[in-house]
Design a protein around this ligand. Structure first.
Ligand code: DGJ
Length: 696
């Protein structure tokens, strides 16, 4: 809901529990008024007339109060918008108009010197405020260079001290929670890598009064962009806090706007919640399920992926044998990972040549895909379209198609180079290759990987090569969108060496994400714990792999522990089934069957993190209607002490709950206040507890 007051100069956007308000002064300054609990228009109007403390001659009266601080004039904060022409740098705007369009508030401003129209957009989706900015060059003068155009600046209310929460990591160790007091100055996170990066999820949260899992105010913001990005949290001299965020890190988001051209930033979404980090997560999940993830109400199938089982050493008969075992286990989607194409028998060759390897798949992919379908499963494949090995037909024919600077080394990581997707010929090549591939066999699923960062982002011959940073991402999005539109039955997974490309932008055009290359079930609990602070279980892919763990650490864990860990999201299996014993295969079959029974609740229900994985007992709960599922893991029982009870959350105190598979009936109030005895003991134990509300 959007309300307008203050003679048309105050706007109040409200969701079910929160409001966001802003005002325009007579000097056309756009000031922030409120972001927090739901208020009335009269409250916003009252806030608008409150006097601000006088600023000294060394402080700006605007800093920390503006909705979108531009560079220029009396401002010293980090600008959200920085533009220049050869002669004039900065922005001075006049208010043009406010328009409401299908629940979106658009506030338009013009800078006549640059001929620039600047439109700030606001939309309330539940309690999430979506913001972005559009810049249009309406003049006839020189092109305007956009040095930085953040998607939004967010202003927090005055509090004594703020704490910052972020999700940091690296390859195979993504999404780990870190909390630090916010110091004066600027705290900057982001990616200079051309993709979202493993180092941070593009999300931050701030709380001032020690918010916990289920109580306290939390402000959080998430960016929808899959390239280089930056979020800066600033604590200003008077203690005011503002966050800005958008594409590009240092100078990697620049755009040259010629007359008649426009540029629109990605969405930077913000959420206020007073339900602690758990309440904030559930609101983020609900927002993504309703407004971001395609077909979110459709549950994802149980998949098998061949990567950890067979690596680069694959053949059609060997994959079929794995597929038979997977089908017996109840797997619904069989995915052949890397090494099915070109000369890809290792990581040194073949990337770029997206035709099946004739030695490995003499009849192409169709015979295997047909066999997999005959086994009752869907068929999927792995691709990494944005990359090329120097040892490939593609690179031999088009060495100029990669990002590079003339006369400089072409840096290789994993023996590969990055294609310059900003080039139209590269875009067309990839479209042809992928469209042909998806038309050549009944392929239901594509795992789209991205295994190295940008390093030599040059574009010889192009007058404004730095546009490559943003245009790569747009070309990637367009390619995905076009493939999805042309092959509507195909689901896509976003992967980047695990969780290197997870953000609201890629999630709006993919069906799930590969959370991490770390499939160790214990490490994974920590990664999943962080991940669910932003994204829902419905997109969080997880595989059961071999013990000892092959990929990372050699840790030995029970099949039970591995399954229950992977059942917390979209279950997959990635072990070498050819080496599994009959007993393991049988046990796995019963876990897959159990997962299918709880899948709707896990993937579509509300997620409650009951106990964080910190060494002892941890647990996650999912609630959907009358169904309640608790997954619990005991890493280690120590000193013979009894294992803690697990207190449930988000169920009715005055209801009774049947514990399925037993004859026990539990009172909601007891489960909430005293908790459930899990019966777990020893090390690496785990359990699944299914409750159903008893209706009288
Ligand atoms: C990195 C991915 O994260 C893995 O799952 C696997 O697909 C490999 N790439 C294949 O090269």
């Amino acid at each position: 809901m959007i309300e307008v007051g203050g003679d048309g100069r105050i706007w109040l956007l409200s969701g079910p529990t929160s409001s966001y308000a802003l005002m325009l002064t007579e000097r056309d300054e756009l000031l922030h008024l409120h972001w927090g609990p739901r208020i009335a228009l009269a409250d916003a109007e009252a806030l608008a007339v409150q006097p601000e403390p006088a600023a000294s001659g060394f402080e700006s009266p605007l800093d920390g109060r503006e909705e979108y601080p531009v560079e220029g004039g009396p401002r010293f904060v980090r600008p959200a918008l920085s533009v220049r022409t050869p002669e004039v740098r900065g922005t001075e705007w006049r208010f043009a108009q406010a328009v409401q369009d299908d629940g979106v508030l658009k506030l338009g401003f013009t800078d006549d010197v640059h001929g620039l129209r600047i439109t700030l957009r606001y939309a309330m989706r539940g309690d999430v405020v979506e913001r972005d900015v559009e810049l249009v060059h309406e003049g006839e003068g020189p092109a305007v260079e956009i040095l930085r155009a953040d998607s939004a600046a967010w202003t927090l209310p005055e509090r004594d001290a703020w704490r910052l929460t972020q999700l940091h990591g690296r390859w195979a160790a993504e999404s780990r929670i870190e909390q630090v007091p916010l110091a004066y100055g600027e705290h900057v996170i982001g990616s200079r890598r051309g993709h979202t990066g493993h180092q941070y999820l593009p999300w931050v949260a701030l709380d001032a009064d020690g918010a916990g899992e289920e109580q306290g105010e939390v402000y959080s913001c998430a960016l929808g962009w899959s390239g280089a990005w930056r979020i800066a949290v600033q604590k200003l001299p008077r203690g005011l806090v503002q966050l800005t965020g958008g594409t590009g890190h240092d100078d990697s988001g620049q755009v040259l706007l010629a007359p008649g051209r426009s540029w629109r930033t990605p969405v930077f979404a913000g959420l206020w919640s007073d339900g602690g980090f758990g309440g904030a997560s559930r609101a983020w999940h609900a927002y993504q399920m309703e407004h971001v993830i395609p077909d979110a109400d459709r549950v994802r199938p149980v998949l098998f992926n061949s990567w950890e089982a067979t690596g680069f050493d694959i053949s059609a008969p060997q994959q079929l044998e794995l597929a038979r075992r997977a089908a017996e286990m109840g797997v619904e989607l069989f995915v052949v990972d890397d090494a099915w194409f070109g000369a890809r028998v290792g990581d040194r060759a073949g990337l770029g040549d997206w035709a099946p390897n004739p030695d490995r798949f003499p009849g192409g992919l169709k015979p295997l895909a047909d066999d997999v379908h005959a086994l009752g499963m869907q068929f999927g494949i792995w691709v990494e379209p944005e990359m090329v090995n120097a040892d490939s037909d593609l690179y031999r024919s088009h060495p100029d198609w990669v990002q590079h600077h003339p006369g400089r080394t072409r840096t290789e990581f994993r023996h590969q180079l990055v294609l310059n997707l900003a080039r139209e010929d590269v875009q067309e090549y990839l479209w042809e290759q992928l469209h042909t591939l998806l038309s050549s066999a009944p392929i239901d699923y594509v795992k789209w990987d991205f295994n190295r960062c940008f390093t030599d982002a040059g574009w010889p011959g192009e007058a404004y090569p730095q546009k490559l940073w943003n245009e790569h991402v747009h070309a990637f999005y367009r390619l995905l969108d076009r493939l999805r539109a042309t092959h509507p039955g195909v689901a896509f997974e976003s992967c980047s060496g695990g969780g290197g490309r997870i953000d609201l932008g890629v999630l709006s055009r993919t069906d799930q994400v590969w959370t991490s290359d770390n499939t160790d079930p214990l490490d994974r609990l920590g990664i999943q714990h962080g991940f669910t602070h932003v994204h829902p279980a419905r997109v969080m892919a997880a595989w059961v792999t071999d013990s000892p763990n092959v990929q990372l650490n050699g840790r030995v864990s029970s099949l039970r522990f591995r399954f229950v860990s992977a059942m917390a999201g979209v279950l997959g299996v990635g072990g070498d089934l050819a080496a599994w014993t009959r007993q393991e295969l049988d046990e796995a079959r019963s876990w897959v069957a159990l997962y299918k029974e709880i899948r709707d609740t896990v993937q579509l229900g509300e997620l409650h993190r009951l106990r964080a994985p910190r060494g002892g007992l941890s647990a996650v709960q999912y609630v959907r209607g009358d169904e309640v599922v608790v997954l619990a893991w005991l890493q280690a029982q120590r000193y013979g002490e009894p294992v803690a009870r697990v207190r449930l959350h988000g169920i009715a105190a005055d209801a009774s709950y049947e514990l399925l598979g037993t004859d026990e009936v539990h009172r909601g109030s007891v489960l909430l206040h005293h908790g459930l005895r899990t019966g777990l003991k020893g090390d690496f134990d785990a359990g699944v507890y299914r409750f159903r509300r008893v209706r009288p």
